[in-house]
Write a protein that binds this ligand. Structure first.
Ligand code: CUA
Length: 336
């Protein structure tokens, strides 16, 4: 590419709209900056001490002028506010139902990606074009920030708390992935590549278990996509059984702990009378700090798993518990 590129490539559905807003803001800013600067210089020169420009008819106030310079910037400001906050709400709001869900763990100094199929990648992210992608992200140490300029998305990745972001890539290709939060000595090297593939090529990539090389990745930076041995849910189930979660959490609410079947997304009533929605963050917290939110009707007897599980394993457990979508009744029908 020749010349100076003012804006990064546009490769997501948000990109165009973010750019229009940005260009509008830039235009308004440049226009008023120039207007004020030119007037300041003009008046300073014309009415400088000793100049013989006529001062006749000078007024102390002019109501029309004052209303004008109050109302015009006010309406411009409010217009921009409404426009920008609506776009922001969409970019950072909930992802569409059909979004492909991928998990991201940030750590000093790399991006670790987990696909639902079990494929793992380091500093690489393979996604299909034309389908919404939702990322659920967490940090294993300090604050990082997940930034894909071509998609116009940037989201802080925090320790101890899931953050999410979504986008729909539109154009197959290779894009930069950056960490946009200073996170230590090698922050500037916490970079990666996003590969947006044609849906058919993506299917082939999935089928190869993440081993297929895309385009020029064969001579890449040495970051190798991991082979899928088990899906995220399968890995979670194995861990669930290893940790003996099922000793206290049964198919129904008749054990020492509440059942995990049909839990995800449900409203849960707590001992203190409040209600929470069982989302990823709630499940993660209940594994690490079980006494923080005790379900109504149960004793705070569950041991804490704080420090015993990596973020990766926590994601597996969360994915498995999420997958237990059957209700108590459906389970009862299957069981003898
Ligand atoms: Cu991670 Cu900067």
């Amino acid at each position: 590419m020749s010349g100076i590129q003012l804006l990064p490539e546009r490769a997501s559905e948000f990109a165009q709209r973010v750019d229009v807003l940005f260009l509008f803001l830039a235009t308004v800013t440049v226009f008023f900056t120039l207007l004020i600067a030119v007037l300041v210089i003009f008046f300073a020169l014309r009415y400088r001490k000793g100049s013989n420009a006529s001062r006749a008819g000078a007024k102390d106030t002019d109501l029309r002028l004052e209303i004008g310079w109050s109302l015009i910037p006010l309406s411009l400001g409010l217009f921009t506010f409404v426009w920008a906050s609506r776009l922001y709400g969409e970019v950072y709001g909930p992802a569409p139902e059909n979004a492909l869900e991928i998990f991201v763990i940030g750590k000093q100094w790399m991006w670790h990606i987990q696909h639902p199929s079990g494929i793992r990648e380091n500093n690489q992210l393979h996604i299909p074009a034309g389908r919404p992608v939702k990322l659920t992200m967490i940090s294993q140490d300090v604050i990082h920030s997940f930034y894909i300029p071509a998609f116009r998305i940037k989201r802080d990745v925090l320790p101890g708390k899931y953050s999410t972001v979504w986008f729909t890539p539109t154009k197959p290709g290779k894009y930069h992935l950056f960490c946009a939060e200073y996170c230590g000595t090698q922050h500037s090297r916490m970079v990666g590549t996003v590969y947006v593939l044609e849906p058919a090529e993506y299917e082939r990539w999935l089928a190869s278990g993440g081993e297929m090389r895309v385009g020029e990745t064969a001579s890449g930076t040495g970051t190798v996509a991991g082979v899928a041995t088990a899906s995220l849910v399968q890995a979670g189930e194995k861990l669930y059984n290893q940790l003996r979660c099922n000793a206290c959490h049964g198919l129904k609410d008749d054990q020492r702990g509440p059942t995990h079947y049909g839990l995800f997304g449900k409203k849960v009533k707590l001992r203190d009378g409040t209600t929470v929605v069982a989302d990823e963050a709630y499940i993660r917290e209940s594994i690490l700090r079980p006494t923080a939110k005790v379900v109504d009707g149960y004793e705070p007897i569950m041991p804490s798993y704080e420090g015993l599980l990596s973020e990766e394993r926590l994601l597996q457990l969360v994915a498995y518990i999420k997958s237990l979508q059957k209700t108590e009744k459906q389970v009862a029908e299957v069981k003898p």
